[in-house]
Design a protein around this ligand. Sequence first.
Ligand code: HMG
Ligand code: MG
Length: 299
Amino acid sequence: TARRPVRIVEVGPRDGLQSEAAILSTEVKVAFINALSRTGVAEIEAGSFVSAKAVPQLANSEDVFRKIERVPGVTYSALVPNERGLERARAVGAQKIAVFIAASDTFTRRNINATIAESLERFRPVVAGAKRDGMALRGYVSTALFCPYEGRVAPARVADVTKRLLDLGVDEISLGDTIGKGAPTDVRKLLDAVLLGLPPERLALHFHDTYGMAVANVLTAWWEYGIGTFDSSAGGLGGCPYAPGASGNVATEDVVYALKACGATVAVDERKVVAAAQSVGRELNRRLSSRLSQVESSG
Ligand code: HMG
Ligand code: MG
């Protein structure tokens, strides 16, 4: 087809590991990221510069950033909640930062202790500072389909928050189905609303896989709307085993397999992703949730 190759943003080292019960050492994370750097993914979200009390799993992100090998062509990004986070990201040479907000106020307050309006004000100097330093910028909009506290979220609300982030100056928007509840019909309604305000090239989609809908959602967005950037985590890492209902990101290898099987061009070698995830799975003492990891391990 004439479509552009699909870009995979590997978020396992950040989104995956932030919600695993175990805290991994710098060495294990560095080995994981170095392996991911050789799978063909376009971008790796390698850590986050948030409060260590909020997310102790990622408290060693500075150390990780300093020790990873930077493979040319791969972008290494970090999640940043405020100016202090930006300073930390800058100090270790992150090429791209991501600010994050939700389409529902309750979730935004619980996640970053501010309303949507307050968060946007807090991001203003972060975005300006990052731009001054030539860093690329992503803006996450969580709860783009469902909020765990408010239920179904109207597409118009997501479109509105998206527009405000674009107005601040972020380059790329990633819409998150944070609790993995959406189905392709919901994705259509969301994209019909959001794409009125930005071209599909500037949009990424970020699906969690709680209800097993994520691959179907990815295919719908790619096939019907030409979305070409998807976030995923190697092995489907993430999701606290002690919190029923919580689930990790859709597995990178499963997304890559599905897209390739449907004719997409994807530069990622899904077998290398499985191998990288399996090493980390052993460190976490946990079985991976991805389909492909089970095929590989049973021969
Ligand atoms: P706060 O309590 O409102 O702010 O937290 P604060 O300024 O009073 O700071 C509280 C403490 O954090 C203080 O330490 C600060 O120094 C420290 P204390 O005095 O208590 O010892 N602090 C920091 N430390 C390191 N780096 C910083 C920083 N800022 C403050 N940058 C805050 C507000 C945003 C800091 C806090 O709520 C926070 O860190 N939240 C993190 C939330 C988070 O990481 N959530 C997960 C990521 S979002 C996600 O996963 C969704 C996504 O995947 C998309 C999707 O799936 O939908 C992206
Ligand atoms: Mg997420």
